[in-house]
Design a protein around this ligand. Sequence first.
Ligand SMILES: Nc1nc2c(ncn2[C@@H]2O[C@H](COP(=O)(O)OP(=O)(O)OP(=O)(O)O)[C@@H](O)[C@H]2O)c(=O)[nH]1
Ligand SMILES: [Mg+2]
Length: 324
Amino acid sequence: MFNWFSKNKPKEKDERVDADQTKLALATTRTGFLSKLGRLFSGKRQINGAFLDELEEVLLTSDVGVETSIRIIENLEKRVLKDAYVSQDELHEMLAEEISMLMPDVSLPLAHNFTLDQIVKPYVVLVVGVNGVGKTTTIGKLAHQYAKEGKKVILGAADTFRAAAVEQLTIWQNRVGVSIVSHGMNSDPAAVAFDAVKQAVEENADVLIIDTAGRLHNKIGLMNELSKIRRVIAKFKPDAPQEVLLIIDATTGQNAFEQAKQFTSSTQVNALAVTKLDGTAKGGVVIGVSHAFNLPVKYIGLGEQAEDLKLFNKYEFIKSIFAS
Ligand SMILES: Nc1nc2c(ncn2[C@@H]2O[C@H](COP(=O)(O)OP(=O)(O)OP(=O)(O)O)[C@@H](O)[C@H]2O)c(=O)[nH]1
Ligand SMILES: [Mg+2]
C-alpha cells in the first residue's frame, strides 16, 4: 500500500544530482526532522486530533512554513481513516508523497538537464535575491557546469553597486574559463544587461547568466532596477530572460518566505535555487517556499566550491530527509 519510495526511484543515476552529497548535506535537517517525528511514536500511533496538532508543530519547527504545514495536515486527514493506527514508516511514506505533490516540477521554458537543444539560443538566466544569499557564487558554479557541458557561456556583471561585486564575478569567470561583459562599478546595470544580451546573440553563445545587486539604497530602488533590467533584455530578445532564478539562503529560515514574496511580486521569478543547505537544520524551507509560491526548485547549493551546485531532484531530496 505504501510504496512511494520504490515507485519513484529514478531509473538512471544522474551525476548532476549527486544523491550522496545531497544526503550528506541534509544530515542536519534529516536528524532534526526525524527525531522530532520519532518522538510522536512508539510502535503505531492513532491519527487523531492530538496527533495531527503535534505533527503540525513538527512541520512548523522544521521551517516548512504555515501554509504548507496546514496543507499537509489537511491532506493527511483526508487520506487516513479517522482514528486509524499507522506505523512510523507508513507516516514517512505518506508525508513523502504529500510533499512531493505540493512541489511543482521544472518544465519549459526552463532548460533542465543542461540540454539546451529545445531552447532558442542564447538561454538567458537573470539571477536575483537579497544580498549575501549566494547569487554570485551560484552563477560561478552554474557557469562551471554549463562550460563543462561544452556550452559557450557569458556572464553579465549587472551588480554594479559595489566594486567587489564585479571583482568577485571576474574571479569566477577566470576560474571556470568563460567570458564576461562588465562596465565596472556604478555603471548602469540595465546597460550592462543590454550589452551582455547583444554580445551573447552576436557571438552565438549558449547561455548568458546575469548577476544583479542584492542591496541598493532601498528595496523599491532594487525592485525598480530589476524591472528595468528585464525590460531592456526583452527589448533586445523578447523571449528572454527565459529563467529568472531567485536565490534563497536556507539558513535564513522563515525570512526566505518574505524574500520570495518581495521578488515574486516584482520580477516574475520562475525558478528557485536554495543555497547553503550544507550544515543547516532548516532544509524544510525548500518545501515551503516552493509550494507557497508555486515555484520549482531547480538547484540546491551544498557548499562553496564550483562542484557544489546540484540539480535539484525531488525524489533524492525527499529521500534524503526521510532515509534513516
Ligand atoms: N556553505 C555554503 N556557502 C555558500 C553557498 N553558496 C554561497 N555561499 C557563500 O555565501 C557567501 C555569499 O555568497 P555571494 O555569492 O557573495 O552572495 P551574493 O548573493 O552574490 O551577495 P551580494 O553580492 O552581496 O548580494 C559567500 O561566502 C559564499 O561562499 C552554499 O551553497 N553553501
Ligand atoms: Mg554578489
